[in-house]
Ligand binder design. Sequence first.
Ligand SMILES: Nc1nc2c(c(=O)[nH]1)N[C@H]1C(S)=C(S)[C@@H](COP(=O)(O)OP(=O)(O)OC[C@H]3O[C@@H](n4cnc5c(=O)[nH]c(N)nc54)[C@H](O)[C@@H]3O)O[C@H]1N2
Ligand SMILES: Nc1nc2c(c(=O)[nH]1)N[C@H]1C(S)=C(S)[C@@H](COP(=O)(O)OP(=O)(O)OC[C@H]3O[C@@H](n4cnc5c(=O)[nH]c(N)nc54)[C@H](O)[C@@H]3O)O[C@H]1N2
Ligand code: SF4
Ligand SMILES: [Mo]
Length: 684
Amino acid sequence: MSAQTVISDCMLCVWDCGIKAHLKNGRLVKVEGLPEHPVSRGYICPRGEALPDYVYSPNRLASPMIRHKNRWQKAGWDQALDYCAEKLSRVREEYGARALSVFCGSVGVENIEVATFARRFAGAFGTPNLLSVENICYRTRILARQLTFGRYPLDDPRQSRCIILWGHNPDGAKGMLSELIREKLAAAELELIVIDPKRIPLAEEAYYLPIRPGTDAALGLAMLNVIIDEDLYDREFVEQYTIGFDEVVEHVQKYTPAWAEDVTGIPAADIRAVARIFARCKPACIIQGVNTLDQHRNGLQNSRLLSILQAVTGNVYNPGGWVTIPRIPLANLGIKVDEPPLGADDYPIFSALWGRKAPFGIATMFPRAALEGEPYPIRGSIVTAANPVVSFPAAGLFKEAFASLDFLAVIDPFLTETAELADVVLPASTFLEKGGLAYVYGVVFGEPYAMMRRKIIEPVGDSWPDWKIWRELAWRLGLGEHFPWQTDEDATDALVQPGEFKDSLKAAAPLGAYYGEKEYHIQKKKKLHTPSGKIELYSQTLKDHGYDPIPEYLEPYQSPVNSPELYQKYPLILISGSRSQEYTHTQLRSIPVLRKQNPEPLAELHPSTAEQNGVKDHEIVRVETKSGSMKIRVKLSERISPGVISIPHGWAQSNVNMLVDMEGLDPITAYPDFKSVLCRVVPL
Ligand SMILES: Nc1nc2c(c(=O)[nH]1)N[C@H]1C(S)=C(S)[C@@H](COP(=O)(O)OP(=O)(O)OC[C@H]3O[C@@H](n4cnc5c(=O)[nH]c(N)nc54)[C@H](O)[C@@H]3O)O[C@H]1N2
Ligand SMILES: Nc1nc2c(c(=O)[nH]1)N[C@H]1C(S)=C(S)[C@@H](COP(=O)(O)OP(=O)(O)OC[C@H]3O[C@@H](n4cnc5c(=O)[nH]c(N)nc54)[C@H](O)[C@@H]3O)O[C@H]1N2
Ligand code: SF4
Ligand SMILES: [Mo]
């Protein structure tokens, strides 16, 4: 038997850990962490270890399938692609190219190979409607930081002396970070602050603030109030590199710790204490969850507030604060479409900031376009690397919308819930069966590091890599000139611009290479990319568009304060989507080794809340909101704040997104509120 160990990386979630893949006779048999990887340093999680079970899962789609009268029929690639081409041509003839949406999920954004070719196909076809999780994940914070700093600075925690985990539980969502934090705590090198309605494991070793969900901006404004009032800000940094500080000073006067105590439920003394630790203990780094701060009616302003806190304490562009990194020289394979995408008029800053156009539209507008033809009809969709009927808010509506289309194709290694609605499913190879670029925008500790990934096992079943699927489809639609690549190596090579970095990537393979260095103290060296050239605590851009130039506190859309009548009927606050190590979103539920570790979705409730609601541990309940209901088993936990219920996302049979609607969208980014949803539990 021939045994081989190959260096690669794991793309089962966004952090992209380095791996050592052990092969026997060309088959993946075991995966370990890769100590030589300069970012993950040997770390992998249970999903990474389960990679062999994942790639050879019996549930992988074995061949293309076409639906005939509600039954799936196996098809060859030629037949399936001819069918897709015919249907897509019809959509284009009847409604125009824009009536096709290309829908990408988390993998469809994070996996550069998947993202690049999907985007290129949309452009070649002529539709501006590339829709994606960019509309529910990360983009809000990126935009908030761009508005403040001109570019998107990233967390740089290795050298931090103080870290605030603000709505973020790295034990579930980012294992590498929890390892780092624990190392730093053990070495007594870190002040840790946790702001979370759940006493997460790291809260045991932190200054812990249990917050009422969705009230984070109140806490942030009060911290700013203390930092200014007690003269704890970095005067020199503020004077030299920011604009709008005077306005901020005036703005935060009304947001006192006593006021914030009423709003957040956190004692004023604790707010003061935490503000002091954060301001005095430099370098400090706020690490924000996506869930909590972005996915909120006031998400963009929440993220802006954290940017302002970092800036006034001088924790930007310093080691251990927030840092920018150079742009990776990716090849620009996007094809420009002149027409703007869905939502460009309604959400102008999200769609184009300072003339830089976002390549995607507003995904939360998709159901209306499909179901009501507003603002114009979307009649076809190709969903790749996404499972929106489970992962998107108002899941019932998304399902109805996809089911209503004239044509739906899904490209995925598995028959997802979205694929079940499709006319055609096309089996995609997983990342280990094709080349690609291991690069995740530097989101792991701000490291500008990337790896050129090569295929390490042959495509499983009759699956194809994404680039090849798009290519073959494009040729059938007369768009072949845009997809000249013949081999996996060609397609992978095309992802990076020719030049020094590409050469170094190839030379370093199978390990990766740095495409630059972290850019410390850039504010001293050059004008920033904001209109004023400085850090904009006050944002004239937001003001010009009719939004608050400095964040105000806004109650959650559904809340005891904002909707007291609703609260009478639905007296619990639902937070959804806390991550667990075994799963990525809607994926991996059918992998036995992972399912054993985390067998079923559980709704966490405090024992006192359970008692008030007549609910017992392990009982199955119905959870109801004004928009929907679902059943789930209850787990009592002293960790969760009373009055709050936490439900994970991604479980199709207990889909929490049946409970989440799209009424209170963020007016700047159209993000839904996945948190702070009022609900009730009904014992069955
Ligand atoms: N294992 C695993 N890891 C993942 C993913 C995955 O699916 N699985 N997904 C990846 C992706 S795409 C993303 S976007 C990230 C998301 O990462 P995050 O959004 O950071 O997710 P969590 O760390 O689970 O953060 C949720 C925490 O916020 C708390 N919380 C809920 N509501 C509030 C609130 O209103 N205020 C405050 N302060 N806290 C609140 C919850 O109790 C929980 O502890 O995770 C990434 N990592
Ligand atoms: N209630 C609630 N809902 C949430 C969240 C929350 O916090 N609360 N979080 C949201 C966030 S932050 C995100 S990012 C979304 C994620 O939402 P999605 O991206 O829709 O969820 P995934 O389950 O990760 O779907 C990815 C799909 O890609 C497939 N795939 C894997 N590799 C490949 C490949 O190489 N090629 C192709 N074509 N397909 C591949 C997988 O099999 C899977 O079906 O969920 C969101 N939903
Ligand atoms: S955290 Fe786990 S799933 Fe994510 S990249 Fe690392 S090993 Fe893979
Ligand atoms: Mo995400």
